[in-house]
Design a protein around this ligand. Structure first.
Ligand SMILES: Nc1ncnc2c1ncn2[C@@H]1O[C@H](COP(=O)(O)OP(=O)(O)O)[C@@H](O)[C@H]1O
Ligand SMILES: [Mg+2]
Length: 496
């Protein structure tokens, strides 16, 4: 007996978030759902918990087909979900939040509810004061409260979507212990994560998703490199692009170390020539993102130097890097690259190369109209950026790139885009490369890394563990390095 998802499809416009997914979760198992950001995990779990209705597909629980039109339907069927996004709590006490949404509602016996909540907390090693205002709870405690509430409502299937984000190591240990005892008692637990180590620590079985599809399944334990291979894909090596001759040195990063955080243990160096494309591989948070920020002048260094086109920019401001035609496109589009509430026209004003004192609105609007058309952005010059889809935000960022571009630094340039949009983005990027722009990009997609890079730097645990020639390396080699194992044993020493 158990839970079965059959051929679930869920599209958002052109994005196939779930593209025919079938998964079986046996009763009483701790089942991991692993995949990089954008793989479609949250969407699938929202379908399973009644927040989204699928375009097609079936959900079968203990042999019976069930229809879930709302989260209430799901909890009625015994399926409860802890969401990835911060939980929204009303300004009530813990106990009021606890009884909220229960069938008895406000008429419920609060004394009894408190006692029952306390008992559940004791049983699973959670502790928080039922009478404190919920807003005073830590993220970890809110999670504990939500788990206890779902149990109390009768959940038999518990879904946790990236539950370890923002909680302490101590709370994580508590959470994992509770999940283990719950599964021993017969609860089916679906643990969603993009972190391989967590799934390896906790789960008995794992399903790996990529780009809206199931790409692998395994009973644990399996070697980490096998999981890496599933997560990042067995890319077929297609290098059908035009080779371009590389020019003079554009960006030199020499023995950099950061004062704090990643890259503090060892130094990293890289030399990039005009027209060269460098891919940065690694698990999320292995140092690639920090490295890109160093290259763009957004992080200061403890040691080392950064030189752009022969000019030493070490210790200089981000603006000086911009003036040297170094441009950085972050992954968190709305957080870092675009400004919520401002229209496309206003973005062109801000990014304008025209530095005169008065804003020429007519000119900015004309340029916006022209670029919306040229980059096929679905929206108008008056659209605010948050009303655009992810793919169209990415197009806007590309449209705003300055004409003169020496070095382009990017995080996950095609993450979350459908295949057509992703191909289109790379068409634009490769055209830039032919003009001599150097490109350094981080990606979680081995396919993308192998296809578009000249060289690939693999990051592990805050440092570069290997540098590979993209035309001669293969998925296995990269996979091993991403998981922290080097073919050269001296390099991987101390990395485990
Ligand atoms: N409500 C939504 N509207 C439009 N696109 C969405 C929505 N939710 C998710 N997506 C898109 O679906 C894809 C899968 O997202 P998601 O399920 O959140 O992946 P994961 O949880 O694995 O990171 C992404 O490309 C994302 O941008
Ligand atoms: Mg998610």
């Amino acid at each position: 007996m158990g839970l079965e998802l059959r051929n679930i499809h869920k599209h958002f416009g052109p994005v196939r978030a779930n593209d025919g997914i079938s998964i079986t979760v046996e009763t009483g198992t701790l089942h991991g759902l692993l995949g990089e950001n954008g793989a479609g995990k949250s969407t699938l779990m929202k379908v399973l918990s009644g927040f989204h209705s699928a375009d097609s597909g079936e959900i079968v629980l203990d042999g019976k087909k069930i229809k879930l039109a709302s989260p209430d339907d799901a909890i009625e069927a015994g399926i409860g979900m802890l969401h990835q996004d911060p939980l929204v709590f009303l300004p009530f006490s813990v106990i009021d939040n606890f009884v909220l949404g229960s069938p008895g509602g406000w008429r419920l016996d609060r004394r009894q509810a408190t006692a029952e909540m306390q008992e559940l907390c004791d049983r699973y090693g959670f502790s928080f004061d039922p009478h404190t205002p919920s807003r005073l709870l830590t993220v970890g405690e809110r999670q504990q409260l939500e788990i206890v509430r779902l149990l109390w409502l009768g959940a038999r299937v518990l879904i946790l979507d990236e539950p370890t984000t923002g909680i302490s190591a101590d709370q994580r240990a508590k959470l994992f212990a509770a999940l283990k005892s719950l599964s021993k008692e017969g609860m089916s637990v679906i643990f969603v994560s993009h972190k391989l180590e967590e799934v390896a620590d906790l789960c008995e079985r794992v399903t790996v998703m990529k780009r809206g599809k199931v790409v692998g399944e395994a009973d644990m334990p399996v070697p980490p490199e096998r999981l890496v291979e599933m997560m990042f894909g067995q890319a077929v090596q297609i290098r059908d692009r035009k080779e371009v001759a590389h020019g003079k040195s554009r960006l030199t990063v020499d023995s950099v170390r950061m004062a704090t955080g990643l890259l503090s243990e060892e130094s990293t160096s890289l030399e990039v020539n005009a027209g060269e494309v460098i891919g940065l591989a690694g698990m999320e948070g292995s140092g690639q993102d920090t490295f890109l920020r160093i290259c763009s002048g957004m992080r200061s260094l403890k040691q080392g130097s950064v030189t752009v086109a022969g000019k030493d920019l070490t210790g200089k401001h981000y603006r000086d890097f911009l003036a040297a035609d170094v441009k950085y496109l972050p992954a968190g589009r709305l957080e870092e690259g675009l400004i919520e509430g401002l229209t496309i026209t206003e973005h062109f004003v801000l990014s304008g190369e025209d530095r005169s004192f008065f804003i020429d609105w007519a000119q900015a609007r004309n340029r916006a109209v022209e670029q919306v058309d040229h980059f096929a952005i679905k929206g108008t010059e008056a659209s605010t950026v948050e009303s655009l889809s992810g793919g169209n935000q990415q197009r806007l960022l590309l449209a705003m790139l300055p004409h003169e571009l020496s070095v382009l630094l990017m995080e996950h340039p095609t993450r979350g885009l459908d295949i057509e949009s992703a191909d289109w983005v790379w068409e634009q990027l490769l055209a830039r490369r032919e003009d001599g722009t150097s490109i350094v990009f981080a990606s979680a997609d081995l396919d993308e890394l192998l296809r578009y890079s000249d060289r690939i730097l693999v990051f592990f645990s805050g440092r570069v563990i290997g540098e590979l020639d993209a035309s001669s390396t293969n998925v296995d080699e990269i996979g091993l390095l991403i998981g922290g194992r080097s073919a050269n044993p001296e390099l991987s020493e101390g990395s485990q």
